[in-house]
Design a protein around this ligand. Sequence first.
Ligand SMILES: [Zn+2]
Ligand SMILES: [Zn+2]
Length: 142
Amino acid sequence: MAQQLANCVFCKIIRNEEPGEIIYEDEDVTCIKDINPVSTHHYLILPNKHIRNAKTLQLEDSELFDKIVATVNIISEKMNLNPASTRTGFHWPPFNTVDHLHLHVISPVEDMNGIRKMMFCPNTFWFVSTDYVKSRLANCKS
Ligand SMILES: [Zn+2]
Ligand SMILES: [Zn+2]
């Protein structure tokens, strides 16, 4: 069993101790519906291991991080998302909602209203793209 926290709401959903609409799961990641969707499709891809946020990701988690990003394709296919109008990204501390790393997958972007578009606008102080986190991880290697 992956390292988890007893009282974390996402760890509880992964352990099936808390209700959550799981649309995909495997040994490394779990994908659930966001309880406050901002568009027709709004999913969260969680590592089964408890990682606090995108900033605390360690080099040892690089493979797991790649797996999280790759899961976007699985979800897109499964839910018939149009990649051209799908937005993904992570909260950047201290602007977290739940302290368990989760990648937001939102589609279609056109259906989001102005304030929500701002909330989930990549590479702001509060929301960052997968590429940003990836390059940050790559930088710790050197
Ligand atoms: Zn957790
Ligand atoms: Zn969130």
